[in-house]
Design a protein around this ligand. Structure first.
Ligand code: ZN
Length: 358
């Protein structure tokens, strides 16, 4: 995504480099002055000294400044953008999830199995085979919802036995095939943004999750989210996720102020009231926790408002970043204070501070 968002503060980027934090993917690139090479934040190569690092908002800026792309982390192939041959492969997997892929079949397509493996690890935090398994389970769930029995679904979906099917199903979704039929299903996708990886989750009716990714891998996240939503969560996409992605791109480009993609945010009565109050804060403005408590007619519930604010699951769209301390301080933000600051700068509610690391 192109954007008008400034780089994070230098100390935040230095920490990200030190921790090889992949959630900063797409946020910045680093050039190492002593070697003349530039990398992505999560590069597995040796740790450069802070004084030798230059930061860039894009790979092209690093190239223009005379740095060469690192051969380990390939900063020119951005994570989150899918190489065409891998995209074709993913389409084939989703078209026929029952198919089992052998290495020589990948080779027949001109794909190196090693590269496929690395790409899926880096972009989905799981192996290609685990991804295929998850797709298989997602398709099986669709079959069962349309009224097929677990037994016929297991075999049609490419599982060798019903027990193998049950086990794979439970492993990925946390529930049994039978339980899954009655519940909704959440699809989840990692998308890149100028502020890092965002996890977008949606049912067929609404977006239910939008949060900045941390370093937990997708496989772990799927289990956590399955618990949180008490319904199966599988990797994938749908038209609402695509709509949200397009809106986010426009938002980060400064071209969109109001999101139209339907969202759903179940919670306690108080949480839902608070989240609705947050949604009424106009783009480009901020409110204090006291303001929100007053608006809700509960002047003594400032702390509860802050808690509900922190429990928001749909970042940006439910603009919890627009709530600040009554003294104007930014206070906390689940995605990190620097992200809150950048969001408010993007919306024009804060004047950007000068770059200290130019
Ligand atoms: Zn590198």
């Amino acid at each position: 995504m192109e954007s008008h968002v400034k780089l994070p503060p230098a100390e935040v980027m230095l920490r990200a480099v030190e921790e090889k934090d992949e959630s900063f993917e797409g946020v910045f690139f680093l050039g190492v002055k002593t070697t003349g090479i530039f990398c992505r934040p999560g590069c597995p190569a040796r740790q450069p000294k802070p004084e030798n690092i230059s930061f860039f908002a894009s790979a092209s800026e690093a190239l223009v400044a005379g740095f060469r792309p690192c051969k380990k982390c390939h900063p020119l192939h951005r994570l989150g953008t899918i190489p065409p041959d891998i995209e074709n492969l993913m389409d084939e997997v989703l078209e026929d999830p029952s198919r089992k892929w052998r290495d020589y079949e990948l080779q027949q397509r001109g794909l190196k199995p090693d590269r496929v493996r690395r790409w899926f690890q880096a972009n989905h935090g799981m192996t290609f085979h685990a991804y295929c398994r998850a797709a298989r389970v997602g398709a099986a769930m669709g079959r069962m919802r349309s009224g097929k029995s677990a037994t016929s679904t297991a075999f049609e979906s490419g599982f060798d036995s019903v027990s193998g099917f049950n086990e794979a199903f439970r492993l990925i979704t946390g529930v049994s095939p039978r339980q899954s039929v009655s519940s909704v299903m959440v699809k989840i996708k990692r998308v890149t943004s100028p502020l890092g990886i965002l996890l977008v989750g949606a049912t067929d009716e609404a977006v239910v999750l939008l949060e900045f990714g941390d370093r937990r891998m997708l496989a772990t996240q799927l289990k956590t989210l399955t618990k949180r939503f008490s319904c199966p969560v599988v990797p994938g996409s749908n038209s609402l996720i695509e709509q949200m992605e397009a809106e986010l791109t426009a938002y980060f480009a400064g071209d969109l102020q109001t999101f139209e993609t339907p969202v759903e945010f179940p919670g306690t009565d108080f949480q839902v009231e608070t989240w609705n109050a947050l949604r009424s804060i106009p783009y480009g403005e901020t409110r204090s926790y006291q303001d929100i408590a007053r608006q809700l007619g509960r002047e003594n519930s400032v702390r509860a408002v802050a808690n509900a604010n922190g429990a928001n699951r749909i970042a940006i769209v439910i603009p919890c970043h627009r709530v600040i301390g009554s003294d104007g301080s930014l206070t906390g933000y689940g995605g990190g204070l620097w992200r809150k600051q950048r969001l408010l700068e993007l919306e024009g509610a804060l004047v950007p501070e000068p770059d200290l690391f130019d």
